[in-house]
Design a protein. Structure first.
Lengths: 617, 347
């Protein structure tokens, strides 16, 4: 039988298996190769909370979803065209997200009696047969057996051989999507340079998977996805936390300040610590503190000492850092607090995504304690957002909160990356040394932006004391004077409000500047809103999308912009947090769309909701 | 090299040059005054530069200290000074950093940071003002208060077994552990200097009288009458003699034993000779902790340098790592970092 090649516009694949099956790696390698073909893409890894949940169980299923196509891709896709299920649990957990008449690639060794029992199927159940009956195309492949056979001669132990299984799947998919193996061969060569046996086994299995597609008569169609119409330029694939790390390193270079990162490991922020720790040759100082309180306080110390001081964590960590952030605020020192949000409250859903720390960012400290807040909207945007947070903190001498989330942090997308030379410098003004012994130094004297000077220890003639007690205006001496406290409270607020005069006005991301419906978003809902609004615009509706980078203060024109539309829809992955703030500030009615399930909002549901609002016009 | 004009020669600072224009707000008679005075005069004697000196404290009466020092300073938040100090020292390792803490600040709310700061061993000086009470919050028992202490929060007596700060420090592998008292200025100054010259984290516990909420907590150690019999002043390579030369400590196996030097059975040659660098014996010395007021057989409370050792400091190691990374990988190149491993071109 001959194979035919079919061209298709977009594909969503989900790799699912036990956390030990290497699905994240398989997905990542396939993604990297997909990027090289010029497709646009978005990914969404979905891992269990436990590192090694019991094998074969539903709790242990780890997934990686990739959506790619020859058109603009905004989200990792709601439903999948192809599910790779390494075991019964992986099928059970994902069956409902496969498109009608979609394809399932099942590793039959993962569907034996034991695996069926672990996945809580009833005795005698035949899930792959049932799937066929439901109209899915099911390819059953004895992947373990095939892998072992192809590695018969390898000196590796059985366990190590079995670990090559994912290469078989990868090889097969490369065949199915008309790829070559080069990018993965290069990767394996790099990765296993020092382990020739492992290298050979992986290569062999990869090729065996490819040939299996080629020679097995069951498979008659391969698929071709043309490159997407992307802007000209050089691209790479980038994950959110990775881009955030690079943004911080770039800000350090551009401000000529050594970067200090104080942190305590926490999902999904730990990769920022790992990433920065690998850039020691950029002079990056990472400090793994004993807890988040120490992390933030060390960051305050480093800021006081004149470094570009950053602390990163997730919601529970921010809760612990509250008092330390307040200290930074009172000392009016530059520092960035990165919160990669996850499901809450308490320990919540560590590996799931949510936008539910916005109110914490606004109000999660004692006292009247306003802080600027900015949010990143996509993996590659983390780079710009991180630089922007650093620029803001250094220019306005206030701690700045940067919000990301688990979805952005672990998602990947193609990134047309900038040249370092094109990124503007960040100006830093330290208070200059003085020889004048008599002149009184005023540490809390302010400029026209209400910003005080940054006088770092070691500067001649500027010795002074700061602290968390209320300061007297100008001198910074301890003051309990009632009028002074009110004045200082107001000036701290005014300093943050003033930032609105130094940020761009809010733009419309897509659609007209006035009309019937505006979808307002912030953070990781960017992709799904883009894609929904894009569709509805094409369908002729009067709709637009505006996405907020600056959450505090809001851009000056935001109120006017919101009032230029008849209805404003606000989707959030929380119980309505930005909605509260917008209502409070602008007193306009909002239509909320809230999903609080630890997963991103899907395109279908949002389109349904927004579409039905559009239909009323 | 430029030479300084003659009139620009750094003028020698006096103790009073290290005092600020702020009114000192401790209660009259508080032991903190004496400590402040000794620190100011030691800084002058050491000819330290106020621009390169920083005092960082937590919260408590004692933690008001930085406001009174004409150097750089930060009054931070309760218990967290060790962390602030770490960040500051790593931002600028050239600074002379002094940390001020209290028994509550350093060993209750900040106990965790204290442990980690001691093992981390940054090159800093920590002064622990131990008054066995929460002064600033008006007199609750603290983690160093004795069992049964009656305070506003323990009207029937405290149930908490007290912490032994220096034993805990030894347990955390501190590299310098010493004790002094507010009422012995000469000794205190000497200990401040020893702390200063120690390369690494120096923990100096200072018994400090809170004459308002815990007056006389240490009188048995600090007052002339009882002091000779209740205290022992340690000196490196000197035998452990106390009681105005009449008594000594001898090791009976692993058991320290008080011996009478006048009896004729033992002489100074039989005594335990102090070795500052002996960690195990240092550990034992921190265990001389019984209260002579309730236990007549209590071993005398040691003052002086109990233990000191050299261990690479965290700051030195961190900067060495940064240097090594540059040696191995070259100076970081932004464009290479941003491009990463694999890129592709859209034409
Ligand atoms: C987070 C927090 N909790 C409680 C307090 C109240 N507080 C201030 S000082 C202090 C105890 C201070 O005792 P200590 O450290 O022994 O210092 P002292 O006043 O005795 O010198 C307490 C409980 C605070 N400032 N911050
Ligand atoms: S309360 Fe005690 S420790 Fe505090 S200042 Fe007064 S005497 Fe000193
Ligand atoms: Mg105290």
């Amino acid at each position: 039988m001959s194979t035919t090649t079919q061209t298709t516009e977009e594909v969503t694949i989900k790799f699912a298996g036990d956390s030990g099956d290497g699905m994240q790696l398989t997905g990542t390698l396939f993604t990297n190769d997909t990027a090289l073909t010029g497709s646009d893409l978005a990914t969404f890894p979905d891992f269990p909370a436990e590192i090694r949940a019991p094998q074969g169980t539903l709790a242990g299923v780890s997934g990686f979803q990739l959506h790619f196509g020859s058109k603009k891709i905004f989200t990792p896709g709601d439903e999948v065209d192809v599910l790779v299920a390494m075991n019964a649990a992986a099928l059970k957990a994902n069956l409902s997200s496969i498109k009608r008449a979609g394809t399932i690639i099942a590793s039959t060794d993962g569907f034996d009696k034991k695996n069926l029992r672990l996945a809580k199927y009833e005795d005698g159940a035949t899930p792959t047969e049932d799937a066929k009956d439901q109209g899915f195309t099911v390819y059953e492949m004895p992947i373990t057996k095939l892998t072992r056979t192809c590695l018969k001669e390898s000196p590796l132990g059985m366990k190590e051989k079995d670990r090559c299984k994912n290469m078989f799947v990868l090889g097969f998919l490369y065949w199915r999507y008309n790829r070559d193996l080069q990018s993965t061969i290069d990767y394996l060569n790099r990765k296993f340079k020092k382990k020739p046996d492992v290298l050979e086994a992986n290569m062999k299995t990869l090729k065996a998977g490819y040939h299996y597609g080629e020679t097995t008569e069951t498979f008659t169609t391969t698929y071709n996805v043309e490159p997407a119409p992307m802007d000209k330029g050089t691209y790479r694939s980038v994950m959110g936390n990775q881009a955030l790390v690079m943004g911080l390193v770039t800000a350090s270079k551009k401000s000529k300040l050594p970067l200090f990162y104080g942190s305590y490991p926490i999902t999904p922020a730990s990769d920022i610590l790992h990433g920065l720790a690998s850039y020691k040759n950029f002079g990056i100082k990472t400090f793994q503190a004993e807890d988040e309180i120490a992390a933030v306080c060390a960051t305050v110390g480093a800021a006081y000492g004149g470094n570009l001081a950053i602390t990163g964590t997730s919601g529970p960590g921010v809760a612990l850092k509250g008092e330390g952030i307040g200290l930074g605020l009172m000392l009016e020192l530059p520092m960035v607090i990165v919160n990669v949000q996850r499901g809450g409250p308490s320990t919540g859903l560590p590996t799931k995504t949510e936008q539910s720390d916005l109110l914490q960012a606004f109000y999660g400290r004692n006292g009247d304690s306003p802080l600027p807040i900015i949010a990143t909207k996509s993996p590659s945007d983390c780079f710009d957002a991180a630089i922007e947070a650093c620029r803001m903190t250094l220019q306005h001498m206030t701690p700045v909160i940067l919000l990301s989330d688990g979805y952005i942090a672990n998602g990947a997308e193609p990134w047309k990356f900038p040249k370092a030379a094109d990124i503007p410098e960040i100006k830093v003004n330290f208070e200059p040394p003085t020889d004048d012994e008599e002149a009184q130094f005023l540490p809390y004297k302010r400029d026209e932006k209400h910003v005080r000077g940054w006088a770092i220890p070691g500067t001649k003639g500027l010795a002074h004391r700061v602290g968390g007690l209320e300061k007297e205006a100008n001198t910074g001496n301890v003051s309990y004077d009632p009028a002074n406290h009110e004045y200082m409270t107001k000036i701290r607020q005014a300093k943050v409000d003033e930032i609105a005069n130094h940020i761009p006005e809010q733009a419309i991301d897509n659609g007209p500047v006035r009309g019937n419906v505006l979808v307002l978003g912030w953070g990781s809902t960017y992709g799904v809103i883009q894609s929904v609004v894009d569709d509805l615009l094409m369908e002729g509706h009067s709709i637009a999308h505006a996405h907020l980078r600056y959450l505090n203060p809001f851009p000056r024109n935001l109120g006017k912009l919101l009032r230029s539309f008849d209805k404003v829809i606000l989707p959030e992955i929380n119980n309505g947090q930005l909605a509260k703030i917008i209502r409070d500030k602008y007193q306009i009615p909002l239509l909320q769309y809230n999903k609080i399930q630890g997963v991103p909002i899907s395109k279908a549901e949002l389109k349904h909701f927004v579409g039905s609002v559009c239909e009323t016009y | 090299m430029s030479t300084l004009p003659a009139d620009n020669v750094v003028k020698k600072l006096k103790a009073k040059d290290f005092a600020t224009d702020q009114d000192v707000r401790w209660c009259p008679g508080c032991g903190d005054y004496s400590i402040l005075k000794q620190v100011q005069s030691v800084l002058a004697e050491l000819e330290l530069n106020k621009d390169d000196t920083v005092f960082i404290s937590g919260i408590g009466c004692s933690s008001r200290f930085p406001y009174y020092m004409e150097t750089y300073g930060m009054h931070s938040i309760h218990g967290r000074a060790p962390a602030v100090v770490a960040g500051l020292k790593l931002a600028n390792p050239e600074l002379d950093v002094w940390m001020i803490t209290g028994d509550g600040d350093g060993f209750s709310i900040g106990g965790n940071h204290m442990i980690h700061a001691l093992r981390r061993n940054l090159d800093i000086n920590m002064l622990l003002f131990n008054n066995e009470i929460y002064g600033l919050t008006k007199g609750q028992y603290s983690p160093t208060s004795e069992v049964g202490k009656k305070t506003k929060s323990s009207p029937l007596g405290s149930l908490d077994h007290p912490i032994n700060p220096l034993a805990l420090a030894m347990g955390a592998d501190a590299t310098f552990v010493a004790r002094s008292m507010d009422r012995d200025p000469k000794h205190l100054k000497e200990m401040l200097k020893r702390s200063y010259f120690h390369k690494g984290t120096a923990l100096l516990e200072i018994y400090q009288n809170c004459n308002i909420f815990n007056d006389g907590a240490f009188f048995t150690f600090t007052e002339k009458k009882s002091k000779p019999d209740t205290t022992i002043y340690l000196e490196h390579e000197q035998p452990l003699v106390f009681g105005d030369g009449t008594k000594g400590i001898r090791l009976d196996g692993f058991k320290p034993q008080i011996v009478d030097l006048n009896e004729g059975k033992y002489t100074v040659d039989d005594l335990w000779v102090h070795d500052e660098h002996d960690q195990i014996k240092g550990q034992m010395l921190t265990r001389f902790f019984d209260d002579p007021r309730t236990n007549p057989d209590a071993l005398p409370r040691p003052f002086g340098v109990i233990y000191s050792t050299e261990r690479p400091t965290y700051d030195d190691m961190l900067f060495a790592q940064l240097g090594e990374a540059v040696d191995q990988l070259g100076d970081g190149d932004l464009d290479a970092m941003i491009a990463g491993g694999t890129t592709w071109e859209i034409k």
